[in-house]
Every structure is written in structure tokens, then in C-alpha cells.
Design a binder for this molecule. Structure first.
Ligand SMILES: [Zn+2]
Length: 462
């Protein structure tokens, strides 16, 4: 009985684990590695040895860094089941088709560029057909326990990270022995909007834990409402627009929820809100259809105001023409658009037209990776390049730090303290974050051992 860390160890993308017991082999997550092009390609093309002996895939949630290379499995002939919650299955229907489309566009763009040099044509990492083939293998589950292979039973428990997200407890049985392996990757936070709180695991021998923010403290979740209220109020008073670069999944819906709560509490007037992202539109519909998985706070608000996710003051702009009209308009409004790090998508058009207006505010609500336009805005650069042209950054930029769907180190330590596993194995974190968390765990003396596996390392569980 063992777990092998195929990816997503000293990094936060490309999570892939292989779990083996009683002669059965099961994958847990098969996520896209995101980084420099050539290196990413090699990592994302790597397949587990003897793919034909893998009996099942267990998927935690719909984020691409956990689900985004599942189409590669289908491309290489995998035909077994992919178990995940029904919400994640529905979200993956949107996310994986979009990811395939991006892969195809990316390859076409590179070929256009390199053709002139007579280079070998680039093929997409995977195609829409591969994504469609993979989607036929998805088996939706509830938050329940199921047997996925001989000797391997899996429980799906609430992760409190994004809608539909699950942590897993694998009960492994071999030769009369039983081991309980908990996987808390990704682990959310208590008190997040929309999603329920992370559930505790019981009787865990080894807990695999994320360490994304192993060395960081977030603002209080409860502060998100206040932060958003203040920045919206100030901007609207100046007659400006609030431009929010946002991931289409979860963050966009959280912002709608916060705005609905603030309006209901009489803290904000009715301001037109535009969700300028066809993908966020589709994802919001999945949220609307799955209210039973939302937290009590959501249900209390819904009981008072009716529709929360698609109220009449939110406009979902689908056509390019509507989107263009919105970028031209100078009327006060809140615009939520992808991509979350301002690298592509409609937010770029809004920034191009709005960044030089001092009445506007760009509100940062998500992680901004190095070398992205989002990061440059966070770092306060006075001049930024958008679509190849330089623009004076005159709009205000506000970073709201209460928005995070990953536990910080206080919350990670509290989870370990509550679950009381025998050993902890840290993954899903940059080196400095992972090591800082390991030190804190050792200092707190909560577990027998803290393991920091390398990529492809095994941890024996027998
Ligand atoms: Zn995630």
C-alpha cells in the first residue's frame, strides 16, 4: 500500500497522485502543470506507467490544476471511471471543453508564428475530441463513500474550497491490514461565502496536506464584505467604474453574492453589475442549479431576496458587441471579467479603455502570478502594456486580501490539530511555503512525523 506523488509537490499546479493497494491502482487528480511552455509540455505529456492497469480516477474539484490533464488520459486510451461529485462533473463539462479550446488555439497561434521558419507543426496538448471522450467517463457521486477498486474505498467529504470540491479519505485494505489515507488538497476555509465549511476527517494514518499558504496569513474571511463595500462606494462616488479581473469559477459568483448581501443590508445602492464572461455565465448557472450544496448563509439570503446568483441587476453579457458597448460606456458600474490575472480575455479590453481614467478602480481579488499584468498592477507600476500599447495607469488599484479559497497557515495547523493524523505529508506548495509549514508543524508537535516527498517519490503506507 503506497502513494506516489506524480506531480504538484513543490509547486501549486499539476497535482497528480497514484494510490496502490491490494494490486489495485487508482489516480487521485490529474491536473495541468502551468509554467514555462517547454517544461510544461513535457510534464503534462508524462503518463503514469502502465496506464492500462489503472482502474479508476478520483477527482477532487474542477480547478484546472487538478482536472486539466484528464483529457490526456482519454487520449492515451484510458476508459475507466472518473469519480467526482456531481457538481464537479458538471463544472468540468465547462472547464475541460474550454481548456481543450485554449490548447487548440495556442497550437494554431504557434504554428502561424513558426510556419514562416519552416519548423515542425505544433500539435495541441489535447483536443476537444479528447476532452469529450474524457467527459463520457465521469461518474457523479454525492458526498459519500464508494468502492472504486478491490481494496480501495473512497469517501468524498466537503473541502470548503469551491462549489463541489471534495477532500478524500482512502481506506486501503491489503493482507488483513487497513490504512486510512486522508488527502486535504485543496483545503478551503471556514466561513467562505457560498461553500460549506471544510469537514473533518477521522482516524487518519497519513494526511496529505496542501501548503500553498504555509507561510502566510490571510485577512479574515469576514472582512471581504467590508473591503468590497468600501471600494465600490468610493469608486461610485467618484463616478467611476469598478473593474474586477476574476476567475470565471467561484470568485465571480462570490462577488455576486457579496454584492447581493451588501445591497440587502442597505450598505450599497443598486449599481449595475456586468459579468462579462461567457464562461462565468455558464458556471453561474451550475451554481444556481446546485443550491443544495451551498452554506446556510446563502440559504438565509435566498429566503429573503429570492434569486441570489442571477438577480435582475446582474447582466451577463454574452455577445462581443454587448461587451464592446460596455467597454465604451462611461457610466458607473461594476464589471467582473476574466481572466483573473489579466493575461487574456475581456478584462483586457476593459483595462485598455478604463485604466487611464482616475475615477475608476481595478479591484484585485485573486492570486496574481509573477510576470502577469495583474501582478504589475498590484506592484503599482505607473505604465502598463495592454495589447502591445503602453497606457498610463491612472485608475486606482486596490488589493482585497480577504478573498482566498485556500487555508492559510493558522487554518492548516488548526485542521491538523483537529484531525489528529499520525503522520502528515506536505504537497501543493512552493518550497519556501512547504518548508515553513513543516517547521511550524514540527514545532507544534502535533504529529509523529512530517514528510516532504519529492516529485515521483513514494510514501509506503503498509
Ligand atoms: Zn483549487
Amino acid at each position: 500500500m503506497r502513494i506516489q506523488f506524480l506531480g504538484g509537490v513543490e509547486t501549486v499546479t499539476g497535482t497528480k497522485y497514484l494510490i496502490e493497494a491490494n494490486g489495485s491502482r487508482v489516480l487521485r487528480d490529474f491536473g495541468l502543470f502551468q509554467g514555462r511552455r517547454q517544461m510544461s509540455r513535457e510534464i503534462n505529456e508524462a503518463m503514469p506507467d502502465e496506464l492500462d492497469t489503472i482502474e479508476a480516477v478520483v477527482l477532487s474539484h474542477a480547478h484546472i490544476d487538478h482536472s486539466g490533464t484528464i483529457p490526456m488520459l482519454a487520449k492515451h486510451g484510458y476508459q475507466g471511471p472518473i469519480y467526482t461529485t456531481r457538481v464537479t462533473r458538471d463544472l468540468c463539462g465547462i472547464m475541460l471543453r474550454d481548456a481543450a479550446h485554449i490548447q487548440e488555439q495556442d497550437a494554431a497561434y504557434l504554428n502561424q508564428k513558426t510556419n514562416r521558419k519552416g519548423a515542425e507543426p505544433v500539435t495541441p496538448l489535447y483536443t476537444t475530441e479528447d476532452a469529450e471522450a474524457a467527459l463520457t467517463l465521469f461518474k457523479g457521486t454525492g458526498y459519500e463513500t464508494i468502492t472504486v477498486a478491490s481494496g480501495i474505498e473512497v469517501s468524498f467529504i466537503e473541502a470548503g474550497h469551491i462549489l463541489g470540491s471534495a477532500m478524500n479519505v482512502f481506506t486501503l485494505r491489503e493482507g488483513g491490514k487497513e490504512v486510512r489515507l486522508g488527502v486535504a488538497v485543496d483545503l478551503g476555509r471556514r466561513g467562505l461565502p457560498l461553500v460549506r465549511n471544510p469537514e473533518l476527517m477521522q482516524d487518519i494514518d497519513l494526511l496529505v496536506l496542501e501548503s500553498t499558504y504555509g507561510d502566510r496569513e490571510h485577512g479574515e474571511v469576514a472582512g471581504a464584505d467590508d473591503q468590497l463595500c468600501q471600494v465600490v462606494e468610493e469608486t461610485i462616488n467618484k463616478g467611476g467604474k469598478v473593474l474586477i479581473p476574476s476567475f470565471a469559477l467561484e470568485r465571480a459568483q462570490e462577488i455576486i453574492f457579496h454584492l447581493a448581501s451588501l445591497q440587502h443590508a442597505g450598505r450599497l445602492p443598486r449599481i449595475p453589475v456586468y459579468v462579462d464572461s461567457p464562461m462565468a455565465d455558464k458556471i453561474t448557472q451550475v451554481f444556481s442549479d446546485n443550491a443544495q450544496y451551498m452554506n446556510d448563509e446563502f440559504h438565509r439570503l435566498r429566503a429573503k431576496i429570492g434569486e441570489v446568483m442571477r438577480p435582475d441587476w446582474v447582466t451577463f453579457t454574452s455577445s462581443v458587441n454587448d461587451s464592446k458597448a460596455l467597454t465604451q460606456s462611461k457610466d458607473p458600474a461594476i464589471v467582473i471579467a476574466a481572466s483573473g490575472m489579466c493575461e487574456y480575455g475581456r478584462i483586457l479590453h476593459h483595462l485598455k479603455h478604463g485604466i487611464e481614467n482616475p475615477a475608476n478602480t481595478v479591484v484585485i481579488v485573486g492570486f496574481q502570478a509573477a510576470h502577469t499584468l495583474g501582478r504589475r498592477l498590484v506592484e503599482g507600476e505607473r505604465e502598463v502594456k495592454i495589447f502591445g500599447d503602453m497606457f498610463q495607469r491612472k485608475a486606482d488599484v486596490k488589493v482585497l486580501d480577504a478573498f482566498s479559497a485556500h487555508a492559510d497557515y493558522h487554518e492548516l495547523l488548526a485542521y491538523v490539530e483537529a484531525v489528529k493524523p499520525r503522520r502528515v505529508c506536505l504537497a501543493h506548495g512552493e518550497t519556501s511555503q512547504r518548508e515553513a509549514l513543516a517547521e511550524r508543524l514540527r514545532a507544534a508537535n502535533l504529529v509523529e512525523d512530517v514528510l516532504l516527498p519529492e516529485t515521483n517519490a513514494y510514501v509506503e503506507l503498509g
